[in-house]
Design a binder for this molecule. Structure first.
Ligand SMILES: CC(C)(COP(=O)(O)OP(=O)(O)OC[C@H]1O[C@@H](n2cnc3c(N)ncnc32)[C@H](O)[C@@H]1OP(=O)(O)O)[C@@H](O)C(=O)NCCC(=O)NCCS
Length: 391
């Protein structure tokens, strides 16, 4: 049932303002924005970026092409990709504030907190920081996408004292990230697999961090501010933080007692990280690819314990709760087998999602209206005020 708002409702145009009489907890099923960037069919378990099925993109399209698709509207030709690649390469250079503060931030902040700080600092040195114009936003989107993997790698090197390998211009964003994080030039297949991971995480409709970015952008705040809001939101364990928690769960389980441990946790009302989704009612299409890649890497590593444990967890959670793995479940073991430290799993998510967040800010600024929902008041009414000495 709809009703007019409690503040009188008539907003000057003569049309009473209509609001739902009860909020939907967690805004489930509420359409909060229009977007041409990505689309999910939750019943069929399908995901599309600008109309392209994720199954067609994964393994066949690079992360750079995907970022171009999201930010610039089309899959690039070779020439366009070369131009975009050159822009990304130029955009990798970090600003002076970031350079100066990385060592202390690496000492004092956990990875996602550090990224939140570093992206905020990067805003200070961005030449387009004072403009939300379309061209400025495109340039900032490319710079943020280029800088995010560098920020993670620089942070990691600063906290470990490792010497950071130079960027190899022959390698992709994915290949260079693995090079800088592990200190070794990645094998071709490892770089391909990681590149596919970045493609799979690039955008996902109105997920919590993207929504946060759009709310911020809709006040006509700048792209860096919107991305800081998104990073703070991604950090939580119900969102991007789940991939790290999946690995911690696997590490904490006895490989011989997985099924019973999962049953016990479910019986105690605990959530199992990496399962369930607000929108998918069947298998998350990204999990299909990640499961396959996890199996391949597990076999190649010669120790498939974590992969086998994951399969067992999947069977139990499906049987007990009818819940499917989401993107974070098999991403955890894929990153583990690729040699990425567990506390950098969520930062890896941000490396990829930066392409989608920035595209959403561009989209929001291009056709903006303040995002300002209503709330249902559930507090006291008709309170009688008394002076401080009489309360
Ligand atoms: C993703 C998630 C936040 C979606 O949340 P949501 O749409 O608000 O769904 P709810 O948390 O209300 O869950 C609905 C029911 O399923 C159960 N459920 C959902 N995810 C579960 C999980 N991972 N393990 C166990 N039970 C789960 C809830 O306990 C709830 O049961 P109830 O109705 O008996 O109380 C939720 O599934 C979750 O917390 N998953 C684990 C964290 C995770 O992997 N996040 C990454 C998402 S990509």
């Amino acid at each position: 049932m709809k009703q007019t708002s409690s503040d009188g409702g008539d907003l000057g145009g003569g049309t009473p303002r209509e609001v739902a009489d009860k909020p939907t907890k967690g805004l489930a099923d509420v359409v909060a924005a229009s977007t041409a960037l990505s689309d999910i069919d939750g019943k069929a378990g399908r995901l599309f970026y600008r109309g392209y099925d994720i199954h067609d993109l994964a393994g066949r399209t690079t992360f750079e092409e995907t970022a171009h698709l999201l930010q610039r509207g089309s899959l690039p030709s070779r020439a366009r990709l070369a131009d975009y690649g050159a822009e990304l390469a130029r955009g990798r250079t970090l600003g002076t504030l970031v350079e100066r503060d990385i060592p202390e931030i690496a000492e004092r902040q956990a990875p996602m907190e550090a990224l939140r700080t570093l992206v905020s600092l990067a805003g200070a040195d961005d030449p387009d920081k004072d403009s939300n114009a379309p061209e400025a936003n495109l340039r900032k989107a490319a710079r943020l996408t280029a800088q995010q993997p560098i920020l993670v790698a620089r942070y990691h090197a600063a906290r470990t004292g490792a010497t950071l390998p130079e960027i190899d211009p022959e390698l992709s964003i994915a290949g260079n990230f693995l090079l800088q994080i592990t200190g070794r030039r990645p094998e071709r297949r490892a770089a391909e697999i990681f590149d596919t991971c970045l493609v799979l995480h690039a955008d996902h409709t109105m997920n919590a961090s993207t929504f946060a970015a759009r709310v911020c952008a809709a006040t006509l705040s700048d792209m860096h501010s919107a991305i800081v809001a998104a990073i703070g939101t991604l950090k939580g364990p119900l969102h991007g933080g789940a991939n790290e928690q999946v690995m911690r769960t696997l590490e904490g389980l006895d490989p011989r007692g997985v099924a019973q441990a999962v049953r016990d946790r479910l019986a105690a009302g605990e959530k199992i990280m990496g399962f369930g989704h607000r929108v998918y009612k069947t298998e998350d299409p990204r999990a299909t690819h990640l499961r396959r890649m996890s199996e391949e890497l597990a076999e190649a590593s010669g120790d498939d314990t974590y992969y086998r444990m994951s399969r067992e967890m999947e069977e139990v959670v499906l049987a007990e709760k009818h819940l499917y793995p989401n993107v974070d479940f098999y991403a955890a073991t894929v990153y583990h087998y690729l040699g990425i430290p567990t506390d950098l799993f969520t930062p890896v998510f941000s490396v990829s999602r930066m392409s989608g967040w920035t595209a959403h800010v561009i989209e929001q600024h291009a056709d903006n209206r303040l995002i300002r929902p209503d709330s249902e008041y559930i507090g006291e009414r008709d309170q009688k005020w008394a002076p401080i000495g009489e309360r």
